[in-house]
Design a protein around this ligand. Sequence first.
Ligand SMILES: C[S@@+](CC[C@H](N)C(=O)[O-])C[C@H]1O[C@@H](n2cnc3c(N)ncnc32)[C@H](O)[C@@H]1O
Length: 223
Amino acid sequence: MTKKADKVSSWDAVKQAHALDGDASRLKAYYQEWAERYDDDVRNEQYSAPAYIADLLKRLPINDDTMVDPENPEISILDAGCGTGLVGKELAHRGYRRIDGFDISPEMTDKAKETGAYRSLRGNVDLTRRMQEYPDDQYDVTVSCGVFTLGHVPPQSLLELVRVTKKNGLIVVSTRNSYCESSNFESFCQKLQEEEKVKLVHHVSDGPYIEEEGAQYWIFAVA
Ligand SMILES: C[S@@+](CC[C@H](N)C(=O)[O-])C[C@H]1O[C@@H](n2cnc3c(N)ncnc32)[C@H](O)[C@@H]1O
């Protein structure tokens, strides 16, 4: 295929994923098919979010004694919606050793396994429901990149990330700009802060994400 044809098909692949209306069984089927080409397609679209989010965690200044130390390579990290493992690879590259991942698509986690970056991986885990496989208060850090996006999961799924993260642990999330606006993600986060479930530790209002548009990045501490 020519470079131009590749670009059209990678663009279409991203756009078709956005049109799945958050329907978990359609998303699972879609990513089952996309798993093999996903890395090439998102590279074509200059998807830089995995490296950016890993840097954001690693470089986060600690402003509170009780907070997790992001410089400690031994912290336990859950990669929610890990896909083919692009984020795990970036985290492992920055020295983190205790990374677990899950995704609704087992074909995506099969690819993630090949990276060697993860301690454990689970497929068939749906972030829009209570994830029975994961007990409360388990992880120092939960990261989710490219999952709070158009047609995927609603802002309410943040509550599952809060549940599995330890008190004073961190949640690091990307939200593509157009998703952020259309889903009212910010007001949902505001509500979580008012209810004292989380504290906003760091926010990037227009960071690099993909060629088409930027994203907001959020780091919360679990209260
Ligand atoms: C755009 S990809 C991002 C993957 C990876 N985090 C990355 O940055 O490359 C979105 C991922 O979310 C997963 N996903 C979509 N809906 C999900 C759900 N309800 N529960 C768990 N994973 C889901 C998809 O299977 C896919 O792997």
